[in-house]
Design a protein around this ligand. Structure first.
Ligand SMILES: Nc1ncnc2c1ncn2[C@@H]1O[C@H](COP(=O)(O)OP(=O)(O)OP(=O)(O)O)[C@@H](O)[C@H]1O
Length: 298
């Protein structure tokens, strides 16, 4: 019998998962899985739980939570030689990665995708030696708003919380001097932010990195050069349609390895959570994790 370990964040999103858990277990058991669950207790616990699942040789791991939980589970799997297949049940306030792999926000439909059993090997990113990301890494003052929003506020207000915090952030809008090396390029300049994206779905923007593919071995690197607030708002509105890449304030490139150094302190944002301070070396790990995806996933 195949064995499935469900790692879920009981505080994630609007705490809906627990109510549906009996139905989730029933579906998996009907599909021939022996199931067991682990409710996470706080930061880092999903990583530990994923490591334990590897040690105990589970066939599949299912991460139920927001992007933060999926990121933690991937961090537990990424460095292992044997990596169980990973199913996603998106129940967070932001579910960028689930959106990118077309996994439904409906819990039962997400379970159906796992039960149907179609998988794809997808890239993930590594920062320095021991941190991994599934969707995005970024830096710059403006990217700091995602983890400045307290979790409670996120649960209550969902996506809206980011916008409220975004408005509060405007007075702190300022550039940082960086040295970015990728391919044969060196950029030594003041920038507002940089993003290294694995998918094209980031922070609710569906076309932020329009050329990004999850399994091509490359990141899409987006750099926003120094701008004023008016230009930033203009470029952000262009980004909703994917037109921002034509702006002369944007550098957009494909690369599988990037080094970023900063003069001032620059915080790193990994999959929407605080990821320590730069400098950082970012490497794309080609098709490193096998995910359950819908049958028609392109
Ligand atoms: N029992 C818990 N109590 C408090 N925090 C927890 C608990 N379990 C996990 N966490 C932390 O919550 C963080 C964020 O959770 P998660 O991503 O699942 O949901 P979210 O905050 O609703 O959504 P998102 O991160 O997508 O905005 C995780 O990275 C983890 O560190």
């Amino acid at each position: 019998m195949k064995r499935a370990r469900i790692i879920y964040n009981p505080t994630s999103g609007r705490e809906a998962f627990q109510k549906e858990l009996p139905e989730v277990l029933k579906k998996l058991e009907q599909a021939g899985y022996e199931t067991s669950t682990h409710a996470t207790t706080g930061e880092g616990d999903a990583t530990e739980a994923a490591r334990t699942a590897v040690e105990r040789r589970y066939d599949i791991v299912i991460a139920a939570g927001g992007d933060g939980t999926i990121n933690e589970v991937v961090n537990g799997l990424a460095e292992q030689e044997f990596r169980p297949k990973l199913g996603i049940i998106p129940v967070g306030t932001t579910n960028d990665f689930a959106r990118a792999i077309r996994v439904s926000r409906n819990i039962q439909k997400a379970v159906d995708i796992i039960v149907e059993g179609h998988t794809r090997r997808l890239d993930i990113g590594r920062v320095n030696e021991d941190q991994y990301f599934i969707n995005i890494a970024g830096g710059g003052k403006i990217t700091e708003l995602t983890y400045e929003v307290p979790s409670k506020l996120k649960t209550m207000l969902g996506q809206l919380a980011y916008y409220i915090k975004g408005i509060e952030m405007l007075p702190f809008f300022r550039p940082t001097r960086v040295k970015i090396q990728y391919n044969d390029e060196v950029i030594d300049d003041e920038i507002m932010m940089f993003l290294l994206s694995n998918s094209n779905s980031v922070g609710g923007f569906e076309k932020l990195a329009p050329d990004a593919k999850l399994d091509d071995g490359y990141f899409d690197l987006l750099i926003l050069k120094k701008t004023n607030i008016a230009d930033f708002v203009l470029i952000a509105s262009m980004a909703l349609r994917g037109n921002h890449i034509n702006s002369d304030k944007i550098i957009y490139a494909k690369t599988n390895s990037v080094t970023i150094e900063t003069e001032d302190k620059m915080q790193l944002n990994i999959d929407g959570e605080y990821g320590g301070l730069l400098p950082g070396k970012f490497v794309n790990l080609y098709q490193h994790i096998e995910f359950f995806v819908p049958e028609n996933f392109q």
